[in-house]
Design a protein around this ligand. Structure first.
Ligand code: NAD
Length: 454
């Protein structure tokens, strides 16, 4: 590891990554490599948790390719130095900001979208001119192995290298000094990463998780809302960081909500065999999730098959904030439905908890929409939609507080892996004596007068 890091530092210092055409070349090379190995990539992720080629394209590689295309198109303008105004104190001068790459970056991925969560940050890092050491999650072992094989045989380790492994390997990596660490995973491990980074004062981006609420108000378009919400919840069998974790809705809407949600689940025909659904990643998570299902509170679904790692899309009703299911991020295909008497009470309950990664607001009332947008703090989200904000690269993607720090996608990703160097460039044709000693009352009065202070 140390050797690779040394090589990357040496390569970075050679300034080759500073060239925009080099960055574009590498991004195009990555795209070609992935497209030409699509079959192998599809097979590996299917072997890990039976994700179909349809979903592998739509929610992994589709986003990766859009990211590459956008970065290649906009890189020149993102990396331009930007002129800003200069204040009178500095007359005569011009001022500008130069984006520069941070250096050697470490990217640590999560398992639930193994390709997208590894390559999307890597694209941002490369676009900004960094070298990359990528450590994908070890849980989907086939995708991790294939990413290492492909990247390590086609890219120079001094520029882009994949290190496989779990806690031990990540701990060893974190002991090294990086110029940037980008981590996707749980808030618990996020703390470990943050602490390790602090030792070297390395800047970090933490893309974490949490319990993301979906809040319905009176008068919401239930039919459309439920269609979008059910898709978002059960995509990837609920193993999505921005999946709606739980529902909050007025008591009066409860019965109709449950009836329509159940019907929507039925018509979506979720099954691993037909490619509309995936397995739970491992037995430990099957066990954890099955413990969260209270048999007394199942409205529909609830079947668990440990041997095939299958959990049926499950709706739970009569749930309260004290139930086990409300004590941790669910990260699986279980949707608890909670009701409220007043919206203010619902807002208070959300505020009492950690700031979520996402929040989804289903409403037709613009006053209530603005109230919720104004009063709740969360990473990002959507109105009358769920999850799809991730597919607009103009929206920086990230959490706040316990759900993360920093953001990426599109230009936000470029910024995340850049330092913005501020420069004041002074002209030599004029210099006032005001700031120089010997000081005098007259000079001070002039300074005050120029500052508008009497
Ligand atoms: P995790 O925190 O268990 O693991 C993430 C990474 O950290 C893996 O690469 C793993 O090898 C490594 N790791 C695990 N334990 C470690 C330790 N003690 N020291 C050093 N490294 C360690 O998370 P996960 O189970 O892979 O993913 C689930 C979590 O990630 C959920 O909370 C989810 O919400 C969150 N997530 C967030 C996003 C996002 O974009 N914000 C995306 C996907 C997942």
């Amino acid at each position: 590891m140390k050797e690779i890091l040394e090589k990357q530092r040496h390569f970075f210092n050679s300034n080759q990554t500073k060239s925009i055409s080099f960055r574009i070349e590498q991004l195009q090379k990555l795209k070609t490599l992935l497209i030409s190995n699509q079959n192998l990539l599809d097979k590996a992720i299917y072997a890990d948790f039976k994700k179909s080629p349809f979903e592998t394209f739509t929610n992994e590689f589709g986003l990766v390719y859009l990211d590459i295309d956008e970065a290649c198109k906009k890189l020149k303008s993102w990396s331009k130095r930007k002129r800003v105004g200069t204040n009178w104190v500095n007359f005569p001068a011009k001022s500008y900001i130069i984006p520069e790459p941070l250096g050697v970056s470490l990217i640590i991925g999560a398992w639930n979208y193994p390709y997208q969560l590894s390559f999307a940050p890597a694209i941002a890092a490369i676009a900004a001119g960094n070298t990359v050491i990528l450590k994908p999650s070890e849980l989907p072992s086939n995708t991790s192995k294939l990413m290492a094989e492909l990247i390590n045989t086609h890219f120079d380790a001094a520029f882009f290298h994949v290190v496989e492994g779990g806690i031990d390997e990540t701990t060893a990596l974190l002991e090294q000094r990086f110029d940037k660490i980008f981590f996707t995973g749980s808030p618990t491990v996020g703390r470990v990463v943050y602490q390790a980074a602090a030792k070297h004062l390395t800047p970090v981006t933490l893309e974490l998780g949490g319990k993301s609420p979906a809040i319905f108000t009176e008068g919401a378009n239930l039919k459309m809302g439920i269609k979008r919400l059910i898709w978002a919840k059960f995509l990837n069998a609920g193993q999505t960081c921005i999946a709606p974790d739980y529902i909050l809705l007025p008591k009066s809407l409860k019965d109709e909500f449950l009836r329509l949600a159940k019907a929507e689940i039925e018509q979506a025909k979720y099954s691993v065999e037909n490619g509309n659904y995936v397995q739970i990643i491992n037995s430990r998570n099957v066990e954890r999730l099955s413990r969260l299902i209270d048999p007394e509170k199942i409205y529909s679904g609830g079947k668990v098959d440990e041997t095939t790692r299958f959990i049926e899309p499950t709706l739970m009703h009569n749930v309260s904030f004290d139930d086990a299911i409300m004590q941790e991020e669910i990260f699986g295909p279980i949707l608890p439905v909670l009701t409220y008497d007043s919206l203010n009470e619902a807002i208070l309950e959300v505020k009492k908890r950690e700031k979520p990664l996402s929040c989804y607001i289903f409403t037709n009332d613009s006053q209530l929409k603005n109230k919720l947008l104004n009063e709740l703090s969360f990473g990002g989200g959507a109105v009358n939609e769920a999850i799809m904000h991730i597919a607009n690269s103009r929206l920086p993607f990230g959490g706040v507080g316990n759900s993360g720090t920093g953001s990426y996608h599109g230009e936000a990703g470029f910024k995340t892996f850049s330092h913005y160097k501020s420069i004041l460039e002074k002209g030599n044709w004029f210099e006032t004596k005001l700031k120089y000693s010997p000081y005098s009352e007259g000079k001070l009065n002039w300074i005050k007068r120029l500052m508008g202070i009497r």
